[in-house]
Design a protein around this ligand. Structure first.
Ligand code: ATP
Length: 474
């Protein structure tokens, strides 16, 4: 993780938030490459979940909603962690962490139902003091005020999930889109949780982004649609390059389910710090719409023209975190290899796994590569002139770059030795590099270098878009 975080900072994937002022725990900024990566992930999700489907439409709802929304959703009351304060050093901890520190395993569900007492030998994990308060509920929602007066009547919350915006607009979307059940509403947006213990790099942050689908179904079809969405979502993860054996599903046992849910499956990824949730796919029954119907006093029923009956739809919710997917993609992509110092056009360079603790053999050097799938790679293709002091090469490479950037996110780089430029693109995860050399001026061919094999092949300039597409650029 440390090596990855260093690379992310050096190359501009992820920076600590507000670093200039010493940082702020739980907040992260995405640099130029990270921003492109994130855009590609959102785009891939939107394409699969909305653009290529007849039965899903989009929504972009406000971050701040009427405070009653969070009473209806249960977040005002239930969205809490039991916390303990240290009276001596004044730090705050989750009770379950104190158990964890003592090596005591907790029963599933015991954290959620607030039945946790302090463990007998509990000490402050920081200062070691036994002066701890009894566990108290701590709400994870960020509170703010709407308008100039800061009193309880003006209190509002930053949304802790995007889903409630969808439920609250269910009726409006239904009437404008003329959708019939089953159908879904999808949303991508920021969510905020005042996590007690942000950790594992960006994995648990206080500001993050969610991609959520609420798929409304006929009561009784829950199991079938739940299975369907778990499979669809796994397929999607494989499609963006999490194809290896690091992807798993965790099926909730009956005793772990929320009282209204009939099924839940977490899609997990083997991070260096353990297998952790990327996404939860839950069958939530009619809980959300029913609660909003109760709290708003307005009907959220759906009229089924076929049967002539009205009902509150049930819902299946695949809920994913953009930042966690980015982190998984970064972990999956990162690799180090020993490769030849100089590659020769045509020949296939020998690439060897790094033997830790030893120096590379004669003629080889270490390279770091981000092996992103072309689908999500921040830069798809880089274009170089072999030398920057030959105007003909520079101009020609610029023209090729201008043409290719019409199709893909491209990068033009004229500075430094050509080998260094390749290495920089390897670290950025760019699948292809194109070099304009002296032969180009004779026969209008360029080399196309493959990031993974490091092999170079010559193609004429006019066939580049077709060749790159054939090689997998989306
Ligand atoms: P966890 O148990 O890890 O706190 P959760 O089960 O509370 O997560 P959900 O409420 O199901 O998470 O949220 C759906 C998705 O939103 C998660 O699968 C995750 O990808 C993302 N998410 C939730 N909390 C955070 C966070 N603090 N930082 C980054 N992503 C998050």
């Amino acid at each position: 993780m440390e090596q990855l975080a260093a690379l992310c900072k050096r190359r501009g994937f992820i920076f600590p938030g507000s670093e200039l002022y010493g940082g702020i725990n739980g907040f992260w900024d995405y640099g130029p490459l990270g921003t492109e990566l994130k855009r590609n992930v959102r785009e891939a999700w939107w394409e699969a979940m909305v653009r290529l489907r007849d039965d899903v439409v989009g929504l972009d709802s406000a971050i701040i909603m009427h405070p009653r929304v969070w009473e209806a959703s249960g977040h005002a009351e239930g969205f809490t962690d039991p916390m303990v304060d240290c009276r001596s050093c004044r730090r705050r901890f989750r009770v379950d962490q104190l158990y964890e520190n003592l090596g005591i395993e907790l029963e599933p569900g015991s954290v959620a139902d607030m039945s946790l007492k302090l463990p007998a030998d509990a000490r402050c994990p920081v200062c070691g003091s036994r002066e701890l308060t009894e566990p108290r509920a701590f709400n994870l929602m960020f509170r703010t005020f709407v308008g100039p007066v800061e009193d309880d009547s003006a209190a509002a919350y930053l949304r802790p999930e995007t889903a409630q915006g969808i439920f609250v607009q269910f009726h409006n979307v239904l009437s404008v889109s003329r959708m019939k059940i089953p159908f879904g509403i999808a949303q991508i947006g920021k969510a905020f949780r005042n996590e007690i213990n942000p950790r594992n790099y960006t994995f648990r942050s206080r500001e993050f982004e969610q991609m959520e689908l609420e798929y409304f179904i006929k009561p009784g079809t829950d199991e079938q649609w739940h299975d369907y969405w778990v499979e669809e979502r796994l397929k999607w993860y494989r499609g963006i390059g999490l194809a290896g054996d690091h992807l798993h599903r965790y099926v909730y046992g009956k005793e772990e389910l929320a009282h209204y849910a009939s099924a839940c499956v977490d899609i997990t990824y083997d991070f260096p710090f353990g297998a952790q949730e990327l996404e939860g796919v839950a069958a939530r029954g009619d809980y959300d719409l029913r609660r909003h119907q109760e709290y708003s006093g307005k009907s959220l029923e759906y009229f089924d023209a076929e049967s002539g009956r009205s009902y509150i739809p049930h819902v299946v919710e695949p809920s994913a975190g953009v930042d966690r997917i980015i982190l998984a993609l970064l972990c999956e992509a990162y690799r180090e290899e020993w490769v030849p110092r100089e590659a020769h056009a045509g020949s296939r360079p020998e690439i060897r796994p790094v033997e830790p603790g030893t120096n590379p053999p004669e003629g080889l050097e270490k390279r770091t590569v981000m092996g992103f799938s072309p689908r999500v790679a921040p830069i798809k293709v880089a274009v170089f002139p072999l030398l920057k002091n030959r105007p003909q090469l520079v101009e020609k490479s610029r023209r090729i770059f201008e043409e290719l950037r019409q199709h893909w996110t491209a990068f033009w780089d004229i500075t430094g030795a050509i080998g260094r430029r390749y290495r920089r693109q390897d670290e950025a995860g760019t699948p292809f590099c194109i070099t304009v050399d002296f032969q180009t001026l004779d026969d209008d061919t360029v080399t196309v270098r493959d990031r993974d094999t490091m092999q170079q092949e010559r193609f004429t300039v006019s066939e580049l878009p077709r060749v790159l597409e054939q090689k997998g650029l989306p």
